[in-house]
Design a protein around this ligand. Sequence first.
Ligand code: GFB
Length: 322
Amino acid sequence: MRGAVDLTGKRVWVAGDRGMVGSALCRRLGAEACDLIVASRTELDLRDQAATAAWMERSRPDIVFVAAGRVGGIAANASMPADFLYDNLMIAANIIHSAHRIGVEKLLYLGSSCIYPRETAQPIREEQLLTGAFEPTNEGYAVAKIAGIKLVESFARQHHCRFISALPCNLYGPNDNFDPEKSHVLPALIRKFHEAKVEGAPTVTIWGSGRPRREFLYVDDLVDACMLAMRHYDGPGPINIGAGADLPIADLAALVGEVVGYRGRMVFDTSRPDGTPRKLLDTSRIRKLGWHPKVDLRQGIAESYRFWADSFAGRNAVVAGA
Ligand code: GFB
């Protein structure tokens, strides 16, 4: 059993610091006595092997959180499989290989629950990875993320690197992508319901049948789990991080409409894909480390709504029943 990792005085790199997860990690690490290092996309293209190796050689991080990647919802994944596969594959390979070369003390690589087989027993245990066919809409992303997880495991086995990976469920929170076409369902619904409320639109269109179930975890709860895993988890294998409960998309939409204060009707556009029927995670491994989620879904949706409306829509979010 390896000792707990102490971040005090260490150089901690958050790859992907501008994204929802990366920025939440930076907020948390700001309260730690460590040296936080980041590199913007203009400074460093993580898909470029030589540039990434040179930057890591110069910056010499002791601790690495790999929260960088091309991410998006079901429509983005289905329409750009090459971008999702190539970008995420290169980012994983470049960072993990260089982390071994420069002797990083510990690295945590983030995957996602969508890389599990489309049809698999629920709740999903980490051992069920690669036991069935992928969900076709995000196969590119899944293959790249699994390559990252296997790179982590292989460097740990062959070179005894302290590299681990974590598999979160669907995440949401401040700094999420709220693009109506490319984003994930929860931020997309916040934006759609808000705009329908402001414009007085009679209906809001929900993609798919509304029957698929999803598990949603607020990003700050994920950060708690990542900090715990960085300090105390050394595998073997990935560690699931999830809220512990899921709900149908139709119920999620009704909840978002309630929080936003929209009074119109929902219509379901079944020309849009449903994707994976369900991907509820078994979180016994992370709960054994003493973690549990703190932000409930209604509270998290209200926080995300306030963030988006106040920072992007330039409008005040009037959270119903707040
Ligand atoms: O969040 P989402 O795009 O991705 O879609 P996945 C979840 C479900 O919500 C699907 C439905 O059944 C969608 O059809 N949905 C309803 C909507 N209305 C909307 C909407 O306005 N926008 C969106 N985006 N969905 C992703 C993977 O799968 O999970 C990614 O594709 C990633 O790679 C992510 O891993 C965590 O949950 O289906």
